[in-house]
Design a protein around this ligand. Structure first.
Ligand code: MRU
Length: 361
């Protein structure tokens, strides 16, 4: 998407290394970083310089390329796979991309492995863009229907965390329909949940929507229910880190509460996802998906810009208070109005998912 009119992606090849936007510096500074080794790629994923399920997958794919340039032996491949897989446990796109890379390089002569890895990583990145555009086209129809019903009044979409272009290679998942509606001239406005503890909504979603010129308002995480009760949200669209075979949706912590509020207020609750996010090996998301627990400092502190322009981190809990930091939660399929995929809008259920993606199911 565009930053001040300039088309930009989140990840690219830069000579014999990989370029990324360092998302930990946003929204106050736009910083890029260069990843030249397996270790640098793994650190970028773990530290959330790159984050969001599809981008984690693409970054891991390039990480395999970086690793094989240094060591293309069987042991080298196994080590790279293990190091990258251990970076983040919840987004299944990571394992999907690593399995794709393994299948690509495993049975080739050593001398060809690095080049084959780069080619497949590039394909994974391009596929992500194409998938998100297809998600955008299917989701756009939902927004157009609401716009037609509202006769030109603005359509209000609520989203959680960042499932925008920063979470993918381009377009985003939840935001693809929003960008397409905006680019088409539909009156669209986004409520972006701040998404504590790391504030991906306040710092990333708001930043990218603003840079592309989409009208938006940042709200605290507790505001969505109130807005829905007062008819101020026409639909919710969120992304996801893993969807199970029965259509349960794992996404950033707090998504479940938004789904409950949407259900209670008859607000449609859609989840946008690329097919690599579907994990057909698990069914019951609450019982089976590993939920990442991150460091206490993410909850205990907040980082922001001071009035004189410095970036500072401050503690917001009492000294010594214990802190828990669950990164994700699971929204049961029964609370999901529909899944916006590259193959259309599906019912969140086993039969619909298996019928749409028989080659994966
Ligand atoms: O912890 P993060 O920032 O990687 O979590 C991101 C989210 O939960 C996104 O909403 C999700 O990955 C969907 S990305 C299109």
């Amino acid at each position: 998407m565009k930053i001040d009119g300039k088309p930009t992606r989140t990840i690219w090849v830069e000579g014999d290394a990989v370029g990324i936007i360092d998302q930990t510096a946003l929204p106050h500074r736009f910083v890029t970083a260069r990843l030249a080794t397996l270790e640098e790629a793994a650190r970028a994923i773990k530290s959330m310089q790159v984050r969001g399920a599809p981008l984690i997958g693409a970054a891991a794919a390039y990480g395999i390329w970086l690793a094989l340039k240094a060591d293309a032996s069987d042991e080298g491949i196994e080590r790279a796979y293990a190091v990258l897989l251990a970076t983040r446990p919840t987004a299944i796109n990571l394992k999907w991309a690593l399995d794709e890379m393994l299948a690509t390089v495993r049975n080739r002569p050593r001398a060809e492995r690095a080049a084959a890895a780069l080619a497949r990583a590039n394909e994974i990145a391009e596929e992500d863009v194409a998938i998100n555009q297809a998600i955008g086209r299917h989701g756009l129809k939902l927004i157009e229907d609401i716009a037609a019903r509202k006769k030109g009044e603005r359509v209000n979409v609520l989203t959680h965390c960042n499932a925008g272009w920063l979470a993918t290679v381009d377009w985003g998942t939840a935001t693809a329909p929003i960008y397409m509606a905006h680019d088409k001239g539909l009156p669209i406005h986004v409520f972006a949940d701040e998404t504590r503890p790391r504030n991906q909504g306040a710092s990333l979603t708001a930043w990218e929507l603003g840079k592309h010129g989409v009208a938006h308002t940042v709200i605290s995480d507790n505001t969505g229910g109130h807005l829905m009760q007062h008819g101020m949200v026409d639909l919710v669209i969120v992304g996801t880190d893993r969807v199970t075979a029965q259509g349960d949706v794992c996404n950033k912590i707090g998504t479940y509460l938004k789904a409950l509020a949407a259900h209670d207020n008859d607000v449609p609750f859609y989840v946008a996802l690329p097919s690599p996010t579907i994990d057909f090996t698990v069914s019951d998301g609450v019982a089976e998906i590993p939920i990442e627990q991150r460091g206490a400092e993410e909850v205990a502190t907040m980082t922001g810009k001071t009035a004189d322009g410095r970036i500072e981190t401050v503690q917001v809990v009492p000294d010594g208070s214990p802190v828990a930091n669950y990164g994700f939660d699971v929204t049961p399929a029964r609370l999901v109005t529909g899944l916006i995929t590259e193959r259309g809008v599906l019912k969140a259920g086993r039969a619909a998912l298996a019928a749409a993606f028989p080659e994966r199911a």
